[in-house]
Ligand binder design. Structure first.
Ligand code: IVH
Length: 695
């Protein structure tokens, strides 16, 4: 392509004008290419534009624009589906497995609500559909938006695809719907439709889908909604998210109402009066499982009254008012061909069974977990054995037991390695806890220096609930790590300086588009919430729940860093309800240990950590430290704590000078005395309820 003036002949004014023009033009082409999938110029012409931009910038470094195309690689979102932030988080369900668990669930709910023996508690039971959840938003009765669950906070915009589903109304029928109504439910495929779809796949020389769920996922994720339209996806409505006004008083009535407005709802839904009835419905649904014509993987129980659901609230990422009763795992037998030792992110050595491939519950399995050294020894699994394996849902399949232990010529018992298979070849060790007991986990003693641990830490860092960098999965991390391109998290954000795009484009699996997408995805994550960052670092004992607790407690990275410098940091961490000694120790050690502290510092040079927004800033107790003591009469202790947390208060177990409010019921003793001495505000339960607007 010919350009008017050669950069070498330009004066600063001409350079400035030309850089502005190039920034605009390149941005326009980026958009056409990435967001509209419709490039307007050839790759070569596009490269020439960028090259010219770089040439001018090299000659006039002072004139580099803030929005220079050299800083922005690829266009904005790398992923083709837009993101949608859920107004109401889309959570998951806790699980129960046995009849006893069901009884315990009911007892827990009753206790939380302080129900007496004579008080009734209705619970609904319905099939747990094995598909993908979606939230569909209606405004004034019209379908306006639909999103996948994603990580529960943010999902993908699948509006166009959802519109093609036959049992999703585009306009609500009947009357009385709230102005805003977000209906939630499961997208799934019936068995007949799945079989037909796979026949078509095979006829078109394409790989058949493994199971209806995968096929549904593949169909829903089509960029071209006309492809989704050709796939017979279905939808069962079973819940709701954002609504402008309540529209029912119970779960059962709400579902009936959704059915009147035009949704398919599950006909097996029933109301139960106690655990025995719930278990009976579970057995009944289990009996019908194979003849339903669609996959289900359990039964979901939900407290029927919506006011009680509201009081029960949530714990971590699932509601207290619901749980899933899972069907027992599916089993199969096969030959164990070998035992591999894998080194995890924290150095844990996990034995993995390499199996002769076998189909279990519709999925081909060739690896299964053997958990740890002791489990392996207890099961006495040896190479060549026939083993029983099982898988439940998406969890890793497990080896249950050896089936032919009494046969002749069995191999010798497996010797668990005393030396880690990692390149450092360090001796392995078993942890000893504070009571002097030997822990179950065998670890590599290489610590942060162990390359196996480094690479696993990086995989965790980019994973879905952490930085969630699309296009940078386990495989790519392994390759970049092996080449030395990415050694620690900060390197990901400096990747544009660390690799040669032209060289990368020559490699298998990489093309111009995927490279541009990768850089786009990385750029998108340069801003990250404190909770995700804390989780992503992969600190022991800091899983998603603890990361969130810490993030909400400190609010910002700076506040956390400042607290870390204080001598009282352990006490402060332990004062956070839910954070225990192990997590506190691990966090302090990680952030104070020079190597990991340096890794974090280098990362922070590359990214911007966004502060946490308090749950409810308007509440008079938001940000306050509250302690409950004595007997509470209207709320159970759990309910009181949960309610305070939901309003942004921090509930602590002990009174100190930092305590803002002590809520004291009858029988309060030493805590009340201490609070009075320290001049802490003391409230009765009734006064507390009034303060938070619940009385
Ligand atoms: S209720 C607040 N009901 O199970 C929880 N979920 O493990 C709202 N699912 O993400 C979910 N059938 O995708 C509910 N009848 C049912 C369900 C169901 C399937 C899925 C859903 C959810 C997952 C939770």
């Amino acid at each position: 392509m010919a350009f008017p003036i050669d950069p070498d002949d330009m004066n600063p004014q001409q350079a400035k004008t030309e850089l502005a023009r190039l920034a605009r033009e390149i941005a326009r082409h980026d958009k056409a290419y990435h967001l509209q999938d419709a490039p307007k110029i050839s790759d070569a012409a596009y490269d020439a534009l960028r090259q010219r931009n770089t040439q001018i910038e090299t000659r006039f470094p002072d004139l580099v624009r803030a929005d220079s195309p050299s800083n922005k690689i690829g266009s904005k979102p790398a992923n083709k589906f837009g993101k949608i932030t859920h107004k109401v988080a889309m959570l998951s369900l806790s699980n129960v497995f046995t009849d006893q668990d069901v009884t315990d669930f009911v007892a827990r709910v009753r206790r939380f609500l302080s129900l007496g023996e004579a008080d009734e508690l209705q619970i609904t039971a319905e099939p747990k559909i094995d598909g993908l959840s979606a939230g569909i938003r209606y405004e004034s009765g019209k379908l306006v938006q639909a999103a996948t669950r994603g990580d529960g906070q943010t999902g993908e915009d699948i509006t166009a695809n959802i519109r093609t589903l036959i049992d999703v109304p585009k306009t609500l029928s009947g009357t009385g719907w709230p102005d805003v109504l977000e209906v939630r439910g499961e997208v799934y495929l019936r068995h007949v439709d799945f079989d037909q779809m796979n026949q078509k796949q095979v006829a078109a020389d394409k790989e058949p889908y493994k199971n209806p769920r995968n096929a549904a996922a593949g169909s829903l994720r089509q960029l071209d909604a006309s492809i989704t339209a050709s796939r017979p996806l279905r939808f069962f409505a079973y819940a709701w998210g954002d609504v402008s006004a309540p529209f029912a008083s119970s779960q059962f009535k709400a579902i009936e109402q959704l059915s009147e407005w035009g949704f398919s709802t599950n006909p097996l839904t029933q109301v139960c009066a106690n655990a025995a009835e719930m278990i009976a419905v579970y057995r009944d649904i289990e009996q019908q499982r194979s003849s339903l014509g669609y996959d289900i993987d359990g039964v979901v129980y939900k407290v029927n009254r919506l006011d009680l659901q509201g009081r029960l609230g949530f714990v971590s990422r699932s509601p207290r008012w619901a749980t899933a009763h899972k069907f027992p795992p599916e089993q199969a037998s096969t030959i164990l061909e070998n035992i591999d030792i894998q080194v995890g992110r924290t150095g844990a050595l996990t034995p993995v069974a390499k199996l002769a491939p076998v189909t279990v519950g519709g999925v081909v399995v060739s690896n299964a977990s053997l958990h740890n050294e002791d489990e392996l020894a207890r099961k006495d699994v040896r190479i060549g054995d026939r083993v029983l394996i099982q898988r439940a849902g998406d969890v890793i399949p497990q080896v249950v037991r050896v089936l032919d232990a009494d046969r002749a010529n069995r191999a010798d018992p497996f010797q668990f390695p005393k030396i880690c298979p990692c390149p450092l070849q360090t001796p392995t060790s078993r942890e000893v806890d504070e009571k002097g007991e030997i822990g179950a986990i065998t670890r590599c003693t290489g610590g942060a220096a162990c390359p196996f641990q480094q690479v696993e830490t990086l995989k965790h860092f980019v994973s879905r609930n952490a930085f969630d960098i699309e296009g940078l999965g386990a495989r790519q991390i392994e390759t970049f790590f092996a080449e030395g391109t990415i050694r620690e998290p900060a390197d990901i954000f400096a990747l544009h300086q660390r690799i040669d795009r032209v060289e990368l484009a020559k490699k298998d699996g990489w093309g111009k588009t995927s490279i541009a997408n990768l850089f786009g995805a990385i750029e998108q994550r340069r801003q990250i919430g404190l909770d995700r960052l804390l989780f992503a670092l992969g600190i022991r004992h800091i899983g998603q729940t603890n990361a969130r607790l810490l993030a909400y407690h400190f609010g910002s990275w700076d506040a956390l860093a400042q607290a870390m410098a204080s001598d009282a940091i352990n006490e402060e961490l332990l004062s956070i309800d839910g954070i225990g000694q192990a997590a506190s120790d691990a966090l302090i050690q990680y952030l104070r240990e020079p190597h990991s502290a340096a890794v974090v510092a280098r990362l922070l040079d590359q990214i911007k950590v966004t502060d946490m927004v308090k749950a409810d800033n308007d509440s008079p107790v938001s940000g306050k430290i509250v302690v409950f003591t004595g007997k509470l009469e209207q709320l159970s202790r759990d309910e009181a704590k949960a309610g305070a947390n939901a309003l942004g208060a921090k509930v602590s177990g002990s009174v100190s000078a930092k305590t803002d409010i002590l809520v004291a019921g009858p029988g309060a003793g030493s805590k009340l005395k201490k609070a009075t001495e320290l001049g802490v505000q003391v409230l009765s339960e009734q006064e507390w309820l009034r303060l938070i607007g619940k009385a």
